[in-house]
Design a protein around this ligand. Structure first.
Ligand SMILES: [Zn+2]
Length: 117
C-alpha cells in the first residue's frame, strides 16, 4: 500500500517501538505457540508473532497511522483520546507492562523512557 510508505518520522518510531514490545511479549507469553513473520509497514522490518499478536499488531499499526492528533501528540501514552477499543486497550496495557519490565531488566531504558515516564 502506498499510503504506508509515507509515514512521518514519529509514526515510524512509534510503530517500531510497538513492534518491539509486542514481539517481546509474544516470545515470553506465547513462546510455545506457532509464530510467523509479521511485516511492519514502511520498511520497518519484521517481527515474529503468533496469530493473536499479529492481529493486535495490525490493529495497533492501523490506529497509529490513522491518528488524528499527529501534530500535537508527544506519544500514545500521553494521548487524550485513547483511540483503542476496550479489548485492545486492555491488551496494550498488558503488553506494555510485561515487555516494559523485561526490557527494563535488560537495561533497555531507551524503550521504557518513551512510554512510562
Ligand atoms: Zn503472541
Amino acid at each position: 500500500m502506498t499510503t504506508m510508505e509515507t509515514l512521518t518520522k514519529l509514526q515510524k518510531k512509534d510503530i517500531k517501538l510497538i513492534g518491539k514490545f509486542v514481539e517481546v511479549y509474544c516470545k515470553g507469553r506465547h513462546g510455545a505457540t506457532e509464530r510467523q513473520s509479521f511485516s511492519l509497514p514502511a520498511g520497518l522490518g519484521e517481527r515474529r508473532l503468533c496469530l493473536e499478536c499479529s492481529e493486535f499488531m495490525r490493529y495497533a499499526v492501523t490506529r497509529r497511522i490513522k491518528c488524528p492528533l499527529e501534530a500535537e501528540k508527544p506519544s500514545c501514552k500521553k494521548c487524550r483520546t485513547h483511540c483503542y477499543n476496550k479489548a485492545n486497550l486492555a491488551k496494550v496495557k498488558e503488553i506494555m507492562a510485561y515487555s516494559g519490565m523485561k526490557l527494563m531488566l535488560r537495561g533497555r531504558l531507551d524503550y521504557i523512557w518513551h512510554y512510562f515516564f
